[in-house]
Design a protein around this ligand. Structure first.
Ligand code: TMP
Ligand code: MG
Length: 208
């Protein structure tokens, strides 16, 4: 493993299997490099005061303007930005379940412009790779638990997916290999294999 940790982000629609895959990667990396060398984080982090406001909004217990909730999601990332950087500098690899791409894809699907959505996240630590778990909104809907939270509606998820694809195109123009699209509609074992192949590739490249 390189001296600097690797920053791995997992993105996708609701019910695309992100959290399952993030957990699997975290476990495998911990087995390989030791518990101290890898951390699993997730956004939104619902445990902080800002995260609690986000949680209440997502569970439709409170209402906020689209701009206000967008800024809270971003602030929830800034709360831990310096700890992400220091962990990476200390050789700790970070597996991150959702990041700025969710921030833009979801808010833009409500009509806010991409540029406006991107602005508050500018300057946050950049991931080494984004693993985008691609699934059709129809397939996601069939998975358990869908429909409980505010954004889990097929029509919105369809727009979110388009936005993710647009973000992927933009990300690839900066660094081609930093956005990896994975077919998340396949079985668990197959998705796990594809995800792990991508993780090993980015970590191998970093070690060179
Ligand atoms: P979760 O299901 O992964 O906890 O995410 C909660 C919801 O919040 C999910 O529908 C995606 C959405 N979201 C945003 O709208 N903006 C963001 O910045 C993030 C991280 C998530
Ligand atoms: Mg969810």
């Amino acid at each position: 493993m390189s001296a600097r940790g690797t920053f791995i982000v997992i993105e996708g629609l609701d019910r695309s299997g992100k959290s399952t895959q993030a957990g699997i990667i975290h476990k495998k990396l911990a087995e390989r490099f030791g518990d101290q060398r890898v951390k699993l984080i997730k956004f939104p982090d619902r445990t902080t005061p800002i995260g609690k406001m986000i949680d209440s909004y997502l569970r439709s217990q409170s209402d906020l303007d689209d701009q206000a909730i967008h800024l809270l999601f971003s602030a929830n990332r800034w709360e831990v930005a310096s700890s992400i950087l220091s962990d990476l500098q200390n050789g700790i690899t970070i597996v991150c379940d959702r990041y700025v791409y969710s921030g833009v894809a979801f808010s833009a699907s409500k009509g806010l412009s991409f540029d406006w959505c991107v602005a508050p996240d500018v300057g946050l630590p950049s991931p080494d790779v984004v693993l985008f778990l691609d699934i059709s909104p129809e397939a996601a809907k069939l998975r358990g638990g869908y429909g409980e939270e505010r954004y889990e509606k097929e029509e919105m998820q369809r727009r979110v997916r388009e936005n993710f694809k647009q973000l992927g195109k933009e990300q690839k123009t900066t660094k081609e290999e930093s956005w990896v699209e994975i077919d998340a509609g396949k079985g668990l074992a197959s998705v796990t294999e594809d995800v792990w192949t991508a993780v090993e590739k980015v970590m191998g490249q970093q070690a060179e």
